[in-house]
Write a protein that binds this ligand. Structure first.
Ligand code: INI
Length: 156
């Protein structure tokens, strides 16, 4: 008897991908969008099947992800933002809500949603993850999404 192994292919194919990105810290988040789009295109995706929605800050990401997920128009969604710790507790509220909100929508809808929201202590750490020495977390989030779209479709 053969074991059935399921593993996602990294092929964007005809996938319709939504990208929700926060404008707050846009000098970082626009690099994440570029990375995510580059990843999808390099894996065979088509520009006309990518939709980018910009929202004011990371706090606003979950409600848009929820609406897009419920629309039936997307096979997966990438959430992108940069929450950088300041001298106020604002960071903790925004970081907690965006992570919880995005995870909740994924579980409630069954749609693959990847989390490319940076939560860093410093601007330098965010820069490192937005296309410099620690890579581009937007690219990574898009790659994870492509894998999960295929994994979930194989499970049926
Ligand atoms: N939004 C972010 O995306 N990153 C942050 O670092 C941030 N900080 O630190 O304040 C932030 N705040 C704005 C927030 O997301 C909302 O847009 C705002 O509170 C209005 O609802």
């Amino acid at each position: 008897m053969e074991i059935r192994n399921i593993e996602g292919k990294l092929d964007a194919g005809t996938a319709r991908v939504g990208i929700v990105v926060a404008r707050f810290n846009s000098f970082i988040t626009e690099r994440l969008v570029e990375g995510a789009i580059d990843c999808i295109l390099r894996h065979g995706g088509a520009a006309e099947r990518i939709t980018v929605v910009r929202v004011p800050g990371s706090w606003e990401i979950p409600i848009v992800v929820q609406k897009m997920a419920g629309s039936g128009a997307y096979d997966g969604i990438v959430a992108l933002g940069a929450v950088i710790r300041g001298s106020t507790p604002h960071f903790d509220y925004v970081a907690a809500e965006v992570s919880k909100g995005v995870a909740t929508v994924g579980l409630q809808t069954g749609l693959p949603i990847s989390f490319g929201v940076l939560t860093t202590d410093t601007i330098e750490q965010a820069v490192e993850r937005a296309g410099t020495k620690a890579g581009n977390k937007g690219w990574d989030a898009a790659l994870g999404l492509l894998e999960m779209i295929d994994v979930l479709s194989q499970i049926g």
